[in-house]
Design a protein around this ligand. Structure first.
Ligand SMILES: [Zn+2]
Ligand SMILES: [Zn+2]
Length: 362
């Protein structure tokens, strides 16, 4: 029997989100219904509401979530009812050209539920990032569920579902930060601070946080930054060179998605170093770089999709590190809110007041 639950919907471009009754079908083959316990508020949810991702309104928002599997459809073997899971938007297919090359973290054909959740009048919803988790229960592909230790609280665990994983993975997977490396992180919101935490975990000895907001630089220090630079007051490139023996950083992570900031990351990198772009650029932006420098500086310019994570490999490992006290996921949770407070949480995010507001379900 389809179930009716309450969830947060963006009905039209720019309009405030509304609490609506959502119809959740029974799970079909390969699908699972998950009872959501907590879901973080991410910039991407706001981008959906503003029509910045696509025009497929109405959207069921929310995608950084943890919860408990309620029921599964035919053929599901990776999870069972009662399992505690983190939801992901990279349910790898195993058969696309990237999976076949042994690089499933780039999977080009990830799975989502094939049935649609709807409003009570039958209008089909587009779930954010194929998840939709500001809702009591959601329908996903079973591959979007990664079981982890149920002792880890959902407010912390759910964050690995998107932004925090993107940042940790930008440092640990894409940037391949190692012991003794110098790392510069541009932009110290949730993703940038997670990149700092990832660089710290990986053993970087110098971690330089760059932002234009002193409060965010304070957060960055809490996550392991050894140096901070307010780019409004100090030339970031000069500063990074001054604290790395004049050389620049081994790994520069751009967590803003701004051409001007990317250029700084490019220039602040040591010879043969790596630039990682994890900030999402605006579709209209272009960038101009000295071509000879792209050759002359060597190294690599990489992009990080979702931290190049493999949920089945990375989520349980990171939950282990969290439970050992080595990765402070709780520090990302600025506040817990109820499902009716998502619109206000968007405004706090826009004003830069919070790292993460996390919706806790009743
Ligand atoms: Zn694939
Ligand atoms: Zn997100």
């Amino acid at each position: 029997m389809p179930q009716e639950v309450q969830g947060i919907v963006a009905r039209s471009k720019g309009a405030p989100v509304t609490l609506e009754t959502i119809v959740i079908p029974d799970p079909g083959p390969g699908e699972a219904v998950v009872k959501i316990q907590a879901c973080g508020v991410c910039h991407t949810d706001l981008h959906y509401r503003e029509g910045g991702i696509n025009d497929e309104f109405p959207f069921l928002l929310g995608h950084e979530a943890a919860g408990t599997v309620e029921s599964v459809g035919e053929g599901v073997t990776n999870v069972k009812p009662g399992d505690y899971v983190i939801l992901n938007w990279r349910a790898v297919c195993g058969t696309c050209r990237s999976c076949l090359k042994g690089k499933p973290w780039y999977c080009f054909s990830t799975f989502n539920a094939s049935q649609k959740m709807t409003l009570t009048d039958g209008t089909e919803l587009s779930p954010a990032l194929g998840i939709g988790a500001f809702v009591e229960k959601t329908l996903v592909h079973s591959g979007q569920c990664t079981p982890v230790d149920p002792e880890a609280p959902a407010t912390a665990a759910g964050l690995l579902g998107c932004g925090v994983m993107a940042g940790l993975g930008a440092a640990m997977n894409t940037g391949n930060v190692g012991r003794g490396d110098s790392v510069a992180v541009f932009g110290c919101g949730g993703v940038g601070d997670a990149a700092i935490a990832g660089a710290y975990l990986a053993g970087a000895s110098t971690i330089i946080a760059v932002d234009i907001d002193d409060q965010k630089l304070g957060w960055a220090t809490d996550f392991g930054a050894t140096h901070t630079c307010n780019a409004n007051e100090t030339d970031a490139v000069e500063y990074i060179k001054s604290v790395t023996g004049g050389n620049g950083a081994d790994v520069c992570i751009e967590a803003v998605g701004n051409p001007h900031v990317y250029k700084q990351a490019f220039e602040a990198r040591d010879l043969a170093g790596t630039v990682v772009l994890v900030g999402v650029p605006h579709p209209d932006h272009t960038i101009e770089l000295p071509f000879i420098e792209m050759f002359g500086r060597g190294g690599s310019l990489k992009s990080s999709w979702y931290g190049d994570c493999l949920p089945s490999r990375d989520f349980p490992m990171l939950i282990d590190l969290y439970q050992q006290g080595r990765l402070d996921l709780d520090r990302f949770v600025s506040e817990t809110i109820s499902i009716g407070d998502v619109e206000e949480a968007f405004h706090k995010m826009e004003r830069g007041e919070v790292l993460r507001s996390v919706v806790v379900m009743p």
